[in-house]
Design a binder for this molecule. Structure first.
Ligand SMILES: [Mg+2]
Length: 393
């Protein structure tokens, strides 16, 4: 069964300025501006007190000084901010193994399936905020949502020290009234084009005619539209290598024939291969998990001499392992996973043979289409669509 995805975005409030106010009580409650103090410097962070004067990040320092002449201007201490950032990320890693830092003061956490520990992903977000405050005397805002894009939008909705939840079913409505500029990929030019067509809000964009949008925005149209509807399937990519990447399926009807099992292993191998490549890894050990109707469970592994990342190689190992298993009863669950992972920077050199390079290119093309149109769009010729639908939703 597919479980509900829950992503938390944590964003520290006016991070650099907040650290300085924490460490220097005399500047608490005062407008503090951190940034380049030389002639052409820009503001990197303004405290909330400074924001009331209209000072914000990326503003030229000269402009900030004009708006807030009595502000406290500091060059900042990036080493210190980086050190505290590591403490923040350590705290986050207590709450999920899947933490993706975006910058020194922001990160995504995937907390899907962890509800049983805390009842609700919202509780996890609250606990994270509490821990950060207890340990570091700094505040963070949190966004909780079914995907990365919405979680990031949510964390900005109530700042500072805010917590905003977007629940499944509320995706599109939660962002409908925001200006289109808030969408990733919509810059000034795109916003101008859309504005001429009367499209100002994300909600209007979500309802706009796709043919018209494609004409105006070209190949960007699809992705921007998906975001406008609150859809985003990018995964949280851990800063640390995962131990394994895998996928399993429980079937509505037990599988009885070897052909059916091989077909399902191919589907699973393609899913695992996709995730592996999407996360930038190669791996050496392929494991097949097979659970019978009686709940008896077998795990069998094969380790390659060299790391692999192609669907074909994963499937070759999975099929070989399954072929060796004796099937006396129906199969209710199948799983394929790959472990012994390492970053996959050097894949090309692993496939010196020309046919292997061609296979890799096919995989890359398929991956691009999957990234664009979703995973279910493409299945290789061997598996017809009906079969891929026999599993439980
Ligand atoms: Mg921040």
């Amino acid at each position: 069964m597919e479980m509900q995805r829950w992503i938390i975005h944590i964003d520290m409030d006016a991070y650099f300025a907040a650290v300085e106010q924490r460490d220097h009580p005399e500047i608490r409650g005062k407008p503090v501006i951190i940034g380049g103090l030389s002639g052409r410097g820009v503001v990197s962070t303004a405290s909330y007190e400074a924001r009331r004067f209209g000072v914000h990040s990326a503003m030229p320092m000269t402009e900030a000084q004009r708006r807030c002449p009595n502000g406290i201007y500091l060059p900042g201490d990036h080493r210190k901010y980086a050190r505290i950032s590591m403490q923040i990320m350590k705290i986050l890693e207590n709450f999920s193994p899947l933490v993706e830092p975006l910058s020194l003061d922001e990160a995504f956490l995937d907390v899907s399936g962890m509800d049983w520990l805390y009842h609700d992903p919202v509780d996890i977000a609250k606990k994270i905020q509490e821990r950060i405050y207890q340990d570091l005397q700094l505040t963070a805002s949190a966004g909780v949502a079914p995907n990365k894009f919405l979680a990031k939008m949510a964390s900005e909705m109530k700042k500072p020290n805010g917590l905003t939840v977007i629940r499944p079913g509320e995706e599109a409505a939660a962002i409908a009234n925001l200006p289109i500029r808030r969408l990733w990929g919509v810059g000034e030019t795109t916003a101008g084009v859309l504005s001429k067509a009367g499209i100002e809000t994300i909600g209007q964009l979500a309802k706009a005619d796709p043919v018209f949008l494609e004409k105006q925005l070209g190949k960007l149209a699809y992705e921007i539209c998906e975001l406008a509807k609150g859809k985003d399937d990018r995964e949280v990519i851990s800063a640390h290598a995962p131990k394994s990447i895998g996928k399993e399926t429980t079937f509505a009807t037990n599988l009885k024939s070897k052909t059916d099992i091989l077909d399902q292993l191919l589907i699973l191998s393609e899913k695992v291969g996709w995730r592996l490549r999407k996360n930038g890894y190669v791996g050496r050990t392929v494991t097949v998990k097979l659970r019978f109707a009686s709940f008896r469970t077998l795990n069998r592994s094969h380790t390659f001499a060299e790391p692999i990342c192609l669907d074909e190689a994963i499937y070759a190992a999975a099929g070989m392992l399954a072929a060796k298993m004796t099937l006396n009863e129906g199969v209710r669950l199948l799983g394929v996973s790959i472990s012994n992972l390492e970053p996959g920077g050097k894949q090309i050199s692993l496939f010196p043979d020309e046919t292997e390079i061609k296979k890799k290119l096919v995989c890359q093309t398929v991956d691009k289409l999957k990234n664009k149109y979703g995973e279910t769009v493409l299945m290789r010729g061997r598996v017809d669509e009906e079969k891929s639908k026999t599993k439980m939703p």
